[in-house]
Design a protein around this ligand. Structure first.
Ligand SMILES: [Fe+2]
Length: 429
């Protein structure tokens, strides 16, 4: 019986502040360039690299965004390679959104009786597609078959952050072949899901190691169908980690490893539903709001995800109190919040009504809305995430979640409920 161990690391976004602006205004984190935050995370990357080394994998694969880009890319690539290449006898990386464009970057790698196919989503074209189909045909008798690329084929967190040209075609092709697992990154959340026999494993090594391990379902309404089973997930920025995969004959053991803890699952028979052996060290903060809590709210904010491709302006009110405009974002990414004024904090109850006036923009999407409170005793508590996703106009980013979204018009008003557990959030439009 053959055995194999390999490691997979998601978005590392290696960068320093060299060749970048030295100063930014404080108190405006939403406009802070990512390079500023990521440059302080290189120590975490060094620690993770050491942990990978200790695991002694035969192979390490990066699923892209090895560097942040935007400064001296070549220098950053060389430094990142010097950090990660010594972690295993072989280091391979898929090209991400931020990595420099070089020659075509798809390839096959064999390790024992297992086949590894590395795709380049930035150059998805008929030639690469033909190559993929040919290699999948060739690999039908392999003991295991693993595929790697940057974007997830199936979105659980960032609903409106899709690459349909690559993802739809690749998902359709992979469904026809005996693929054990598809590894990716891109959305900076982490997690694992099961798609009629194939696992999708999403990783991210960039983030705050001190941050609590927040379950993805606390900030996003998660689709879970018989064909696409969500197993678990972690929100972006939280608990940067990597994956270790052990293949012992037919059995796969997949371990997520972070500086906060680990999680493990096992697939005993190829393409079988995995057995979850342990979960990440989740900090659940979606909790009831007691009467006593209501008198002890120190601050609060609305978590709000949106992608606006046109004129600005998602305006909101909570329980009739105007909150002004939500921060703008062209991509459906994290770290957008609307801070509640004092008069809005006073009106918070177990069930709250949020009204959104959508922008006068032809193309936008919004969703993943929840209310988070900081209490005097230091606890953070969070409402259930509202299940509603809203979309206006057409954009490739929006295609994946369109079928479960509510179509709205520019300038339209909608109301939704933000309830703490006990009540169930529902549309009260
Ligand atoms: Fe990334």
């Amino acid at each position: 019986m053959s055995s194999l161990r390999f490691a997979v690391i998601g978005d590392t976004h290696y960068c320093t502040m060299k060749h970048r602006p030295a100063e930014f205004p404080t108190g405006d984190y939403e406009r802070l360039p990512d390079s500023f935050r990521y440059s302080f995370m290189t120590n975490t990357l060094r620690t993770l690299a050491q942990h990978i080394r200790n695991e002694k994998p035969e192979l390490l694969i990066s699923t892209g965004d090895l560097i942040e880009g935007g400064a001296d890319d070549e220098e950053d690539v060389q430094t990142a390679l010097a950090l990660f290449a010594p972690c295993a006898p072989e280091f391979l990386y898929t090209r991400g959104t931020h990595d420099p464009q070089r020659e075509t970057a798809y390839r096959k790698f064999r390790c024992g009786n297992s086949v590894f196919l590395i795709l380049d989503y930035t150059n998805w074209n008929p030639k690469q597609k033909e190559w993929l189909i040919r290699e999948l045909e060739d690999a039908k008798k392999a003991e295991h078959l693993f595929v790697f690329a940057h974007p997830p084929l199936y979105l659980f967190g960032r609903h409106f952050f899709h690459n349909p040209q690559f993802c739809t075609e690749t998902a359709e092709i992979l469904r026809r072949y005996p693929v054990d697992a598809y590894f990716c990154g891109h959305t900076h959340n982490q997690g694992i899901s099961f798609h009629s026999g194939m696992l999708q494993v999403v990783g991210s090594a960039v983030g705050y190691p001190e941050q609590k391990t927040i379950p993805l379902e606390e900030l996003h309404s998660i689709p879970d169908t018989p064909e696409h089973r969500y197993l678990w997930g972690i929100v972006e920025d939280s608990s940067p980690g990597f994956w270790i995969v052990d293949a012992e004959g037919e059995t796969l053991t997949i371990r997520w490893h972070s500086l906060k803890g680990s999680a493990e699952l096992r697939v005993r028979q190829r393409f079988g539903f995995p057995e979850i052996l342990s979960l990440p060290p989740f900090a659940r903060e979606c909790l009831p709001l007691t009467d006593s809590d209501r008198y002890q709210i120190r601050s609060g904010w609305i978590h709000f995800f949106s992608a606006n491709k046109g004129a600005r302006g998602f305006r909101m009110s909570l329980n009739g109190i105007d909150l002004g405009f939500a921060p703008e974002s062209t991509c459906y990414a994290a770290r957008r919040a609307v801070i509640l004024p004092e008069n809005a904090l006073r009106k918070i109850t177990e069930r709250n009504e949020l009204e959104i006036v959508f922008p006068q923009s032809e193309v936008f999407a919004a969703g993943s809305i929840s209310l988070e409170l900081l209490l005097l005793d230091g606890r953070t508590i969070r409402s259930n995430v509202a299940p509603e996703l809203f979309v206006c106009g057409n954009h490739p980013d929006f295609e994946y979640a369109r079928s479960r979204s509510i179509e709205v018009r520019p300038g339209e008003r909608r109301k939704l409920a933000l309830s703490f557990p006990k009540g169930t959030p529902s549309c009260i439009c």
